[in-house]
Design a protein around this ligand. Structure first.
Ligand code: SF4
Length: 328
């Protein structure tokens, strides 16, 4: 029998949690052909596209859609969908420095558990949760090991496919015969991407750079940390909550110092010579950080608006080429 499926758009929603309830919590990244491509005034392009994706998913028989309160735009996206009983809004705390937000996150996971059960899932058992966590953890390790052998867009596609499968299985290795690109190392930072945005990675590599770090909201930065085997056995739900909420650095968090700490660590570890900041149109969070990042990063930064039209691509090409000229 097919498992009930739920759509989601946040890296803070563990697919393992769905698997432990006998459902698939799929993070979607491929827009349906019918989706509108027009930019909407005042609307973050990613949040607006999430509505399109969720609407098509629910119309196609999906059991539900799960949104988070990571920003007002995503909260608003949940309100735009109907029927309301098939939409779950996960209250994602922005603060993290005291025990309270960690407890709230865990309580929200339990509230989500009730939503799964009402929509065709089953009550979770610790044994199933542990088995799911082990399976996903191993898959993520193998996925990361593939990165070395892939072009940036190919690796990003593998990540999308893994999140969309949401059952702990890996997509075909599909190793890119061209192998990794050569050239000065570039880090790509910023907001979430959809599959159709991957032209950006190709653009960087065609312009002579090599993407060494995908630190966008849909890249490796937002993978949970590896699970601790001892804590996994003793308190699987606590370990799940800590690996996601306790460790994923993101721009909306208050303070968002962990995002900067993560970037410093990863940039030092990988000979990065320049950075590209992706700002989805109408995203206040990333826009607010652009100047701070420019001043703080140890390498030159090109900030680009991720607009999906010919003009937007041309502007991105000019900025990426200018960045690579500066570096070389
Ligand atoms: S890109 Fe910015 S506005 Fe859009 S969903 Fe993410 S945080 Fe919200």
């Amino acid at each position: 029998m097919d498992l009930p499926e739920f759509a989601c758009f946040s890296p803070f929603l563990p697919a393992e949690w769905g698997a432990a309830h006998g459902v698939r919590l799929r993070r979607l990244a491929r827009l349906p052909a019918t989706a509108s491509r027009a930019a909407r005034e005042g609307r973050c392009t990613y949040a607006a596209n999430a509505v399109e994706l969720a609407r098509a998913f629910l119309a196609g028989g999906g059991a539900g859609a799960v949104f988070t309160t990571s920003c007002d735009q995503m909260r608003r996206s949940a309100e735009l969908l109907a029927p309301a009983e098939r939409v779950f809004l996960f209250n994602l705390p922005h603060t993290w420095e005291t025990p309270l937000p960690h407890r709230l996150y865990r309580q929200e996971l339990l509230r989500l558990s009730g939503f799964f059960c009402r929509a065709g899932g089953r009550a979770f058992s610790e044994e199933e949760l542990v088995a799911a966590m082990r399976r996903f953890d191993e898959a993520r390790r193998e996925l990361l090991a593939r990165q070395e052998r892939l072009r940036a867009a190919a690796f990003a596609r593998q990540l999308f496919a893994f999140h969309e499968r949401a059952d702990g299985s890996l997509p075909e290795a599909g190793l890119d015969e061209a192998g990794p690109a050569r050239g000065p190392g570039i880090a790509v930072l910023g907001g979430p991407l959809l599959e159709r945005d991957l032209w950006l990675f190709d653009l960087i590599e065609e312009s002579g750079g090599r993407v060494l770090l995908n630190a966008t909201d849909t890249g490796e930065r937002t993978l949970p940390r590896c699970f601790d085997r001892g804590r996994l056995a003793a308190d699987p739900l606590g370990e799940l909550a800590d690996a996601y909420f306790g460790h994923i650095p993101d721009v909306f968090r208050r303070p968002n110092s962990e995002l900067f700490r993560y970037l410093r660590r990863e940039l030092e570890a990988r000979a990065v010579h320049g950075a590209v900041l992706v700002m989805p149109v109408w995203c206040d969070f990333w826009r607010a950080e652009a100047e701070r990042l420019r001043a703080w990063l140890p390498c030159p930064l090109a900030a680009i608006d991720l607009a999906d039209d010919a003009n937007g691509r041309e502007r991105a090409r000019t900025r990426v080429q200018a960045l690579l000229e500066t570096i070389s």
